[in-house]
Write a protein that binds this ligand. Structure first.
Ligand SMILES: [Zn+2]
Length: 154
């Protein structure tokens, strides 16, 4: 006993997004959530999606009412619009803000800062992060800023 009561504030769910939510996956990854996306994982069938999400202990997010009813802790979204979907998650207490880039928005790989022997910089001189899985490079450019504005307006 006697462990500090560092409650759940910093523990985030890992997520599994259903086929219709590819755009939302990009946003959640930019917010640092470990977010698997069904089509990235090559599954479209409800049974396969359920099985994979369960096996990996991930929270399933879907717009499919029947699918969400089959999960223990699934999240059902109702909106078609990605900003509205983010608002639905915000209402549920998701921490939707940008800090440092940490997840690849394309493949969910972990991003590493490239500040080794030959640090790279973006055209505007800012820091570059590289995806450890697919190699894609990221920096805080105009896309980052537009996402930041979207999240600030939720
Ligand atoms: Zn990647």
């Amino acid at each position: 006993m006697g462990s500090p009561s560092s409650a759940s504030s910093s523990t985030r769910p890992t997520l599994f997004l259903d086929v219709m939510l590819g755009k939302l996956a990009t946003y959640l990854r930019m917010c640092g959530y470990d977010t698997a996306y069904a089509l990235d994982r090559g599954v479209e069938d409800d049974d396969e999606i359920l099985e994979l999400a369960q096996k990996e202990g991930k929270t399933l997010i879907t717009r499919d009412e029947r699918l969400s009813e089959r999960t223990e802790n699934g999240i059902l979204l109702t909106s078609l619009d990605v900003t509205e979907q983010l608002r639905e998650l915000d209402t549920r207490g998701f921490d939707l803000s940008l800090s440092e880039p940490s997840r690849c928005s394309s493949c969910n790989g972990e991003l590493v800062r490239n500040d080794g022997e030959s640090p790279e910089h973006a055209p505007d001189g800012t820091q570059i992060w590289r995806c450890a899985d697919c190699g894609k490079r990221f920096w805080k450019g105009s896309h980052w800023e537009s996402v930041e504005r979207t999240l600030a307006d939720l």
